[in-house]
Design a protein around this ligand. Structure first.
Ligand SMILES: [Zn+2]
Length: 244
């Protein structure tokens, strides 16, 4: 460090926003870009239309970064992504957080392992959600990646505290839940995993609908489905440890 820079620092000159705001802004820039890319991917993969659905990531111990309400994904910029305090639910900047933001915040508060949340209106999951049918363990990959079943949260109006409570309950011990007559929520340890969960959920819901027409979906035994999930978690936590 040059003597001049050192003396500036010693005078206590800091960027606007107070202590630590520059590293936070730098760290958040990459996360904001990830959220923008994820929003475009939602559209591209047909998981939502227009401005429906929403994406967020955990940002440090106290915040999440979430897509704003009412903004088209193809015109969204990193600066439009809204920081929200998980404890107080106050947000920063001129744009409002997505209308299901409280659900995202409650997931981060209650599920420390979750670092990304995607809310979708994907077709086959929405069909099963409209029938309010719990998806039984019908495919091995569903059991491994999502959990032994996919529950349906009881119906509640969008953006209400009740929909938050019901969805959190349905999501317990699972990586996805259906929201009655509405859509789905998928979570992951990062955005890539949350997308894989969305894809496997869509495949499982489609297989469930079609198997019902072929004489009825046949379930894997619940205990075996649970074993597969545990085996998957153990195997991938070992791989993660090897990477670090
Ligand atoms: Zn929705």
């Amino acid at each position: 460090m040059s003597p001049r820079r050192k003396s500036k620092a010693s005078r206590g000159i800091r960027p606007a926003g107070g202590k630590g705001s520059r590293p936070k802004a730098v760290k958040w820039r990459a996360l904001r870009e990830e959220v923008v890319r994820a929003g475009r991917r939602l559209l591209r993969e047909g998981l939502v239309a227009r401005t429906w659905g929403n994406v967020s990531v955990r940002a440090g111990a106290e915040h999440m970064l979430i897509t704003p309400t009412g903004r088209a994904y193809d015109r969204m910029a990193p600066g439009d992504i809204v920081p929200v305090n998980l404890r107080t639910y106050t947000h920063e900047g001129p744009l409002l957080p997505s209308s299901e933001g409280k659900l995202h915040a409650e997931i981060y508060r209650t599920r420390p392992e979750v670092h990304a949340v995607i809310h979708t209106h994907q077709m086959n999951a929405s069909t099963v959600a409209a029938a309010r049918r719990e998806v039984p363990p019908i495919l091995d990959d569903m059991a491994q990646i999502i959990g032994p079943t996919v529950r349906v949260a009881r119906y509640a109006l969008p953006s209400t505290d009740r929909i938050v409570r019901e969805t959190i309950k349905a999501l317990r011990g699972r990586m996805a839940a259906l929201m009655a007559n509405h859509g789905a929520v998928c979570v992951g340890r990062d955005l890539d995993e949350a997308f894989v969960v969305c894809q496997i959920l869509e495949k499982a819901c489609r297989a469930f609908i079609e198997a019902e027409f072929l004489g009825g979906a046949k379930s894997i035994h619940r205990a075996e489905a649970r074993m597969m999930r545990e085996f998957y978690l153990k195997k991938y936590s070992m791989l993660d440890q090897r990477k670090t």
